[in-house]
Design a protein around this ligand. Structure first.
Ligand code: GLU
Length: 471
């Protein structure tokens, strides 16, 4: 049997981390078993579904690298098929038209509450033989009245539901459009799903869906309901906890594989291994090892993982993602040193790509303003003579390489009787505008002679304008 899984988001917002984890687990399960992974867009709620959300979902899947083998299939393209199935259920007596008005339903529930019963549709239209004039009915599924349904869930174990607890759910609205529980069954059936992996907010839908599968003469798929993701305060993860849309993690400087690695560990483990390559995830992933209980989102751990990935990924790979961030800072990374070389210098020093991009701007754009505190501390009258000296030493260098640059910094410090930091720091401020950079000799080599000398000239001017003039 070929394993077939799907990710079936409703396009009513961005791709949330909860959805991304569901997609990842479904993808991993298919990949592990040499199966197929299908993307289905559940867009039948015409009022809430938007094209923008569809694009956000597709963008998120692409950024994460969760490639689908089939789809995206859109439910709105399948209305004829759902209509046929509804007609079939009606004709075989497994569904019926319900003419109850909202007022009638409200009164019914009111009465049930007064009798201390659970409010539910009481099936009063089940046996109607004649339509009510002028009322566009809904169609309800005739749920079995007795017995129970067992959801065989790979994560939760067997979960039993009494049919007496499940009322006759609406499968078509008055305008004939199908509802979620009907479309999902028809699609999972038509698309040959063997495993339905989804959030456990859908667990209560499963017995209803299983009953519809049975009415259609089909075997339901295997279910795996994933526990919720909570914020660090124990409440369900939401916008209020900060970034939850997948693309906002890209915007905040995370690598997609760091996020995937983080997500795979949310509710799943393999011994105490924390870092997994994608191949390892595929190899070790087992849906049976998914926790039953909810897991909490921990941004610090994600940051830690991101830093590990930044340190250990190939500079080419990082440069590929970094160039997007440089672009969003208005920097054209072709106007300066090769980005991979900048990455090599910055790899050990950044937790996020935003940090790396921000700290690398000076390689591509002349610094015209210095951080005030950094300048006041390091661009002093005393530094002027050191900057002058270094400027002539550097302009006289025959080879613009880190090693001879280093020798000049060292010689200058020895000859002037000051620490190397006293020589290096004013130059650092001159080129970066601040006090942080990778090792200065390597940084200057990459920045180039012309830009280094120009930066020193500007720094000297700053001292003259701001310090000497006031002395
Ligand atoms: N469209 C549903 C949702 O976004 C998921 C349905 C399913 O996986 O069965 O919550």
């Amino acid at each position: 049997m070929t394993i077939r899984t799907r990710f079936a988001p409703s396009p009513t917002g961005y791709l949330h981390v909860g959805g991304a984890r569901t997609a990842l687990f479904s993808w991993l399960y298919a990949r592990k078993h040499g199966g197929k992974f299908v993307l289905r867009i559940e867009d039948t709620d015409l009022e809430r579904s938007t094209e923008e959300s569809v694009n956000a979902i597709l963008e998120g899947m692409t950024w994460l690298g969760l490639e689908y083998d089939e789809g995206p299939f859109y439910q709105t393209h399948r209305f004829d098929r759902y209509k046929d199935v509804i007609a079939k259920l009606l004709s075989q007596g497994d569904a019926y038209c319900c003419y109850c008005s909202k007022d009638e339903l409200d009164a019914m529930r009111e009465q049930q509450r007064a009798n201390k019963e659970k409010p539910r549709y009481d099936g009063r239209c089940r046996h109607l033989t004649t339509p009510r004039d002028g009322v566009q009915p809904v169609v309800r599924f005739k749920n079995p009245l007795e017995g129970s349904v067992i959801v065989k869930d790979v994560v939760k174990g067997d979960v039993e539901f009494q049919n007496s607890e499940l009322d006759d759910l609406v499968i078509a609205r008055p305008d004939g459009t199908p509802t979620y529980n009907l479309t999902v069954v028809v699609d999972d059936l038509d698309m040959g799903m063997t495993h339905v992996i989804r959030g456990d907010d859908h667990l209560n839908n499963s017995p209803r869906q299983i009953n519809i599968f049975k009415a259609l003469g089909a075997e339901p798929p295997v279910f795996a309901h994933l526990p919720m993701i909570l914020g660090d305060d124990g409440a369900r993860l939401s916008k209020r906890h900060g970034a939850v849309g997948v693309m906002s993690f890209r915007d905040d400087g995370f690598l997609p594989e760091a996020l995937l690695n983080y997500l795979v560990r949310l509710g799943w483990s393999h011994g105490d291994q924390e870092i997994f390559t994608i191949d390892e995830m595929v190899q070790f992933f087992d849906i049976k090892n998914v926790n039953k209980s909810a897991s909490s989102f921990n941004t610090d751990k994600l940051l830690w993982l991101n830093q590990q990935y930044i340190k250990t990924s190939s500079p080419e790979h990082i440069a590929h993602h970094l160039s997007w961030h440089m672009g969003s800072l208005g920097i054209d990374p072709t106007q300066g040193p090769e980005l991979t070389k900048v990455v090599v210098l910055q790899q050990e020093r950044a937790k996020t790509l935003v940090e790396m991009a921000t700290n690398s701007v000076f390689f591509y754009k002349e610094i015209t303003e210095f951080d005030d505190k950094a300048a006041r501390k390091n661009l002093t009258i005393d530094s002027l003579v050191l900057l002058d000296d270094m400027q002539s030493r550097l302009s006289a260098l025959s080879e613009w390489l880190a090693e001879p640059i280093h020798v000049q910094i060292k010689d200058c410090s020895v000859e002037r009787g000051v620490g190397m930091g006293k020589v290096a720091q004013p130059i650092r401020v001159a080129i970066t505008g601040n006090t942080m950079s990778p090792p200065l000799d390597l940084t200057l080599e990459l920045l180039g002679r012309e830009r280094t000398l120009a930066a020193i000239t500007l720094a000297k001017k700053w001292v003259k304008d701001n310090v000497e003039a006031q002395a």
